[in-house]
Design a protein around this ligand. Structure first.
Ligand SMILES: Cc1ncc(C[n+]2csc(CCOP(=O)(O)OP(=O)(O)O)c2C)c(N)n1
Ligand SMILES: [Mg+2]
Length: 328
């Protein structure tokens, strides 16, 4: 409630713009995928936008962000250039990972955005290591690590929680609990499904929040980041959310009822936040239309940039490969 009063029109509109950009960017990516312009894996974040936007707005530019293969939303919210993301998915040299990573490996060190990690839970130990480095270097840096409910069932999750608490490092673990790990429902992967209960077992302060409510996520993330900066300790935040689309582009969704998806769509975070802004007179219908138009233009430019991008010379394919680096 307090947060709602604090939010001014400019900031509210900026956040709405981010969520709409993520949604439209991904809808367009799916379209480009069906035209085979984008190849390889593609995991969409549609429905979960309030988590990335709500958490990342609580960080500073110096903080680190790590994510999974479902990371377009985090990259966009972090300010990675949509053109460089689209070119990456097109496999072009101008992509943020030189076209070699694709959708699952977006990376931009200038934004302190460290992936894009395709190994489920594999980036949690990396996040703890980065947080340890920041502590040793006496940098005021929070390392924020997004992962899914499936990742929280992996060994790395438990090792990372344990070590982060033991070493007292400034890391924010953000679990995006969308109730499924590919086609496996959470009741088949977790003995205790209130995932925030696992933090206190390691002595880590933890909370759960409605991940479909941007304002609630913002408030929870701000509280978490404040605690981390004040104490240097880790924090575990579970955002309960839902993906509206399939796990990836190769998923017939035989594991859930259409009616379940429809029920969750009623909690869509974008109209919810839009309605809030309208009700509080922080935006007008005309301004919402302007955001949609601006986003459309940003995406048009991103597609054109990807199309016009350069294919890497086949002779360069072994560049940046470990074996070549070793012989230099
Ligand atoms: C170590 C490892 N095991 C299995 C896979 C295959 N895999 C890719 S995504 C995924 C599901 C992960 O689910 P979750 O962590 O809940 O994230 P979500 O996709 O729901 O965002 C699996 C098992 C993988 N990439 N890495
Ligand atoms: Mg999941």
């Amino acid at each position: 409630m307090e947060k709602k009063k604090k939010l001014d029109a400019k900031e509210g509109q900026r956040l709405l713009h981010q969520m709409i950009l993520i949604r439209r960017f991904e809808e367009k990516s799916a379209e480009e995928y069906t035209k085979s312009k984008i190849r390889g894996f593609l995991h969409l974040y549609v429905g979960e936008e309030a988590v990335a936007v709500g958490v990342i707005q609580a960080l500073t530019e110096e903080d680190n962000v790590l994510s999974t293969y479902r990371e377009h939303g985090h990259a966009l919210a972090r300010g990675v250039d949509p053109k460089a993301i689209m070119a990456e998915m097109y496999g072009k040299l101008e992509g943020c990972s030189k076209g070699r990573g694709g959708s699952m490996h977006l990376f931009d060190a200038t934004k302190n955005f460290f992936g894009g990690n395709a190994i489920v839970s594999g980036h949690l130990p990396i996040a703890v290591g980065m947080a340890l480095a920041a502590k040793k270097q006496k940098k005021n840096k929070v390392t924020c690590c997004f992962f899914g409910d499936g990742a929280a069932a992996e060994g790395e999750f438990h090792e990372s929680m344990n070590l982060s608490a033991l070493w007292q490092v400034p890391v924010l673990f953000v679990c995006e609990n969308n109730l499924y790990a590919m086609g496996t429902a959470i009741r088949f992967t977790h003995s205790v499904q209130q995932l925030e209960k696992k933090g206190p077992a390691y002595g880590i302060e933890s909370a759960a929040v409605d991940g479909m409510d941007l304002l609630a996520v913002m408030e929870a993330a701000e509280k978490a980041v404040k605690m981390i900066r004040e104490t240097g300790k880790p924090y575990y935040l579970v955002c309960n959310t839902y993906r509206f689309r399939a796990h990836s582009m190769f998923d017939a969704e035989l594991y859930r009822e259409k009616s379940e998806v429809e029920e969750w769509k009623k909690k869509d975070p974008i109209p919810k936040f839009q309605d809030f802004l309208l009700k509080e007179n922080l935006i007008s219908a005309g301004q919402i239309a302007e955001i949609e138009t601006a986003v459309e233009e940003e995406i048009r430019k991103a597609i054109a940039f990807g199309e016009d991008g350069t294919w890497e010379e086949t002779g360069d394919l072994t560049r940046f490969v470990y074996s070549e680096t070793q012989s230099i």
